[in-house]
Every structure is written in structure tokens, then in C-alpha cells.
Design a protein around this ligand. Structure first.
Ligand code: NAD
Ligand code: UDP
Length: 326
């Protein structure tokens, strides 16, 4: 990782799963971090310990409104957006606005402050891919009118805006296409596959397999992803992406279920449910570009990442959720 001086960094979505780990890491490195979050799917508890640091501040704000940080800004990580299908589909119009207006507002902030700005884009821009594994040059196969479109098309439009701001206004942009990422601090009711299976297994409840479980995903542990995000942000201005960040080990959803059952020693049974509409059949990142441009590759095996995630949820499941909100 390049050694850089103390920077003023804004993290939108900083109270969420990935964002709160990023805030932790940036504060530990001595940067001044402002977390902007409307607490839609994030939790104040994720960043509460950081309030003891002079370097950290929390702004409860919505990226669908213009952002006023009131000071210098060197870097903006734009992570604000619900990422789990049940969450982003609950308020699809709100999701589109978060993706599109959120991108506009961080780009305007970058333009007015001269900050560099990184977009947390997604493998969902590839939709249900016909090319496997997916390289950055693949333009995707997204259903523009389906239930996932609010997220997929919202993120695609955000990418378009990022490159328009670079061309029109010379804003220094970076676009990471993040593949499925997991780890501690996912919500118990997040709805994504790893958190669902782990919580179900720990409670000895049925494991909810959608479809026949033969669809695949490639899971990246959150620490590996953060290394990639930071390397991309601090890379040369010419390195704009879009660049895939993900773990190329591809597993079926059924394999994940069996791994979780084995690691938890659970008595849960498998329960089959209908496959949601437009659920991608397979997904695996091509990560040659990240290796070449950033010297990045993931290093944490799925078994090890699952262990940490299970340990985290084991404490959560044993302890009742705190009632306190900010
Ligand atoms: P998350 O839901 O845990 O975090 C999202 C955060 O954004 C939450 O804290 C939420 O409260 C906040 N937020 C949502 N709408 C907002 C708004 N309008 N204004 C301000 N804050 C808002 O999700 P995550 O998994 O941490 O994902 C973070 C980012 O990474 C998202 O942009 C997501 O699209 C992207 N991403 C995640 C994955 C993954 O597998 N986790 C994969 C691809 C892309
Ligand atoms: N999935 C599942 N059971 C669950 C949650 C998800 O079988 O309880 C499946 C889902 O249908 C998809 C895969 O797991 O095929 C990954 O789903 P997730 O929502 O985690 O991520 P995404 O579909 O956005 O990649």
C-alpha cells in the first residue's frame, strides 16, 4: 500500500457493512474521516466506537440530497446504497434515486473540492452474464424492467455519470465493480446468502435454498476487498477502472450451505424455495486487471472468512440486539 499523508476522507454509507470496516481502517491510519449515512441499512453501532477518535465524525444525511461537508475533502468513497436484494427491492424508486442522485452529489462534491472519488459499483452491472468469467470489457445482460433493475441500472447509470464527470469536468474518478463480499457486521436480517445461512444454521432453523442451489457466486472476504478499494483509490490518476474486485473461487449456493452446516455443526435441514426472478445463474470475476494495475489479489480462503463470520454471528445470535439507536 502506498504511504500517504493525512487526508480528509468522506465515506458515504460508512455505517454499513463494508463502509464501517473502511472507516475503521482509515481512522486507524490517521486520516480525518467523515461518515455520511442515513442509517437505512447501516447501524450507528457499527461506528459508535469511532466517535472516541478526534479524527472521526458522523453526519446523518441522505446522499439523495446535495452534500455539504463544510471543509476540505481529498477523497470520497461512495458506498451509500442498500446492497441486499430484499433491501434494495423494498423501495426500488428510492434505490434508483440513491444510486443516481447519490452519484451526482458525490461527483459535485468532488468537483467543488478537487477530491478524488471512488464509486462502489457492482458485478450486478453484468446482470445474468452470458460470458464467464466476467471481464471488465463485458457490457452485461441486465433486464432493465425486472425487480433487480433499480439496483443494476441505478449502478450502471452511476458509472456513466462518473465517466461523464471525468470527461466534462476532469474529476479524478475510480470505479470498482465489487463482487459478492461477506464478513462480520452484515445484518442478521440482511437477506444475503452467507448471513442468511450462517444465522439459520446457528439457530438450527431450515437453510433457505433458492432454486436448486446450483447457481454460483464468488465470495470475497471484506478485508481483501478493502485492500483492493484502498489500492484503487491511491492508484495513479490514469487508473480509473472500472475494475473488478472479487475472489475468483466460484462455488454453488448449495456448496455454501454445506460448508456452513459443517463449520457450525448445525442440525438444520435444507429447505428449497423458488428462485427469485432474474437471479443470475453464475458469477465469477476476471481479476487480471486488478492484479496488473493494482498488484491486488484476494488472499483469505472462503473457509477462513466463513469462520470469522460465523464467530461474529455466534455472538450476535447469543446476545439480544440492543434497543438503543442514536
Ligand atoms: P450495506 O447495506 O451494509 O451498506 C450501505 C450503507 O449505505 C448503509 O449504511 C446504509 O444506511 C447507507 N445508505 C443507503 N442509502 C443511503 C442514502 N440514500 N443516503 C445515505 N446513506 C445511505 O451494504 P454493503 O454490503 O456494505 O455495501 C456497500 C456498497 O458496496 C454499496 O454501494 C453496494 O452497492 C456496494 N457493493 C456491495 C457488495 C457486497 O457484496 N457487499 C457487492 C457489490 C457492491
Ligand atoms: N440465496 C439463497 N438463499 C438465501 C439467500 C440467497 O439460496 O437465503 C441465493 C440467491 O438466490 C442467489 C445467491 O444465493 O442465487 C446469492 O444471493 P445474494 O442475495 O447473497 O447475492 P446476489 O444475488 O445479489 O449476488
Amino acid at each position: 500500500m502506498p504511504v500517504i499523508g493525512k487526508l480528509n476522507i468522506v465515506v458515504t454509507g460508512g455505517a454499513g457493512f463494508i463502509g464501517s470496516h473502511l472507516c475503521d481502517r482509515l481512522v486507524q491510519k490517521g486520516h480525518m474521516v467523515t461518515c455520511v449515512d442515513n442509517l437505512h441499512t447501516g447501524r450507528f453501532d457499527n461506528v459508535r466506537p469511532l466517535l472516541n477518535h478526534r479524527n472521526f465524525s458522523f453526519a446523518e444525511a441522505d446522499v439523495r440530497e446535495p452534500l455539504d461537508i463544510g471543509g476540505p475533502v481529498d477523497r470520497i468513497y461512495n458506498l451509500a446504497c442498500p446492497a441486499s436484494p430484499p433491501h434494495y427491492q423494498t423501495d426500488p424508486i428510492g434505490t434508483v434515486k440513491t444510486c443516481v442522485l447519490g452519484a451526482l452529489h458525490v461527483l459535485e462534491l468532488a468537483r467543488s473540492t478537487g477530491a478524488r472519488v471512488l464509486q462502489a459499483s457492482t458485478s450486478e452491472v453484468y446482470g445474468d452474464p452470458e460470458i464467464h468469467p466476467q471481464p471488465e470489457s463485458y457490457r452485461g445482460s441486465v433486464n432493465p424492467i425486472g425487480p433487480r433493475a433499480c439496483y443494476d441500472e441505478g449502478k450502471r447509470c452511476a458509472e456513466a455519470l462518473f465517466f461523464d464527470y471525468r470527461r466534462m469536468h476532469g474529476v479524478a474518478v475510480k470505479v470498482a465493480r465489487i463482487f459478492n463480499t461477506y464478513g462480520p457486521r452484515m445484518l442478521e436480517n440482511d437477506g444475503r446468502v452467507i448471513s442468511n445461512f450462517v444465522v439459520q444454521a446457528l439457530r438450527n432453523k431450515p437453510i433457505t435454498l433458492y432454486g436448486d442451489g446450483s447457481q454460483t457466486r464468488s465470495f470475497c472476504y471484506v478485508e481483501d476487498l478493502l485492500n483492493g478499494l484502498e489500492l484503487l483509490m491511491e492508484s495513479d490518476d490514469q487508473v480509473t477502472g472500472p475494475i473488478n474486485l472479487g475472489n475468483p473461487r466460484e462455488v454453488t449456493v448449495k456448496e455454501i450451505a454445506h460448508m456452513v452446516l459443517a463449520q457450525t455443526g448445525s442440525r438444520s435441514r435444507l429447505a428449497y424455495h423458488p428462485l427469485p426472478q432474474d437471479d443470475p445463474r453464475r458469477r465469477k470475476p476476471e481479476i487480471g486487471a486488478a492484479a496488473q494495475a493494482l498488484g491486488w489479489q484476494p488472499s483469505i480462503p472462503l473457509e477462513q472468512g466463513l469462520r470469522s463470520t460465523i464467530d461474529y454471528f455466534a455472538l450476535k445470535v447469543a446476545t439480544p440486539a440492543p434497543a438503543a439507536a442514536p
